[in-house]
Design a protein around this ligand. Sequence first.
Ligand code: 2YJ
Length: 262
Amino acid sequence: MSRLLPGDIKNISRDIAEYDEIFKSQTGKTMDALCREIFGITKPESLKTAVVPITSGLGTIERFSASVCDILRHIGADAFVTEQTDVFGFQEAFLKKAKLIFAADDNAYVAFSTTSRVCSDNGYATGTAFAAALNSAANCSGQTVLVLGAGPVGAAACEYLSSNGARVEVYDPVSEKSRRLENDNTAVLCELPKLCNYKFVLDATPVGDWISENDVCENAVYSVPGMPLSLTPKAAAKITLIHNPLELGTIAMYYDCISRME
Ligand code: 2YJ
């Protein structure tokens, strides 16, 4: 996943409730309900959760920690951003008795429990949740679904879709990555296929603006965790597009942790 830009996330806190209504109109469920269903959590949880800003590498992203915190508050978590950053921030989170800690650097975005040996990776959680969103919007069981990209997000999506009855076709320009995902329900494509032949697409590629309106078929449903958005505005207007930069993956990480905590 590419590094998020401040412009990608600047309005998340303001718009999250409104965005969740759009998500529900597309999938039939709120992001909270969908993620609880994936991880078998029957009721909302309100765990004390710290978000720790990380300054290493390229540094903090404006509103990243605040957005993660507001996403978690939106689903009822007792979330706060630590005043301190980095290791000092982890210490603050422990001293304030946070049960979960969320933090991201340039290589990983993780959530982990302070009470159980549990850690959720954003790539896995995001791929799983966007696959579940596509399945909820389009009922993919018995249908062919094209998965673009076979990194951690695409791999998790393939796993979810194939084990929920979809016929998955996966393409990645680095064919070794997709070959690892081959199984009875997952076929590996050696070349990028004609996208207009697919009604259901999960796009986990990290390249923007490469799918144009002529590439997509009318009534297609695209679930797109990839950033920046692969579809041009005209292509996006032609289809049902499930896309958000941080919200669904963050919520999935929260319930992924909770489902495995003792
Ligand atoms: O705390 C901060 O504000 C920053 N250190 C956040 C950095 C966020 N990291 C990214 O956007 C990277 N692309 C990592 C994402 C890994 C997803 N699997």
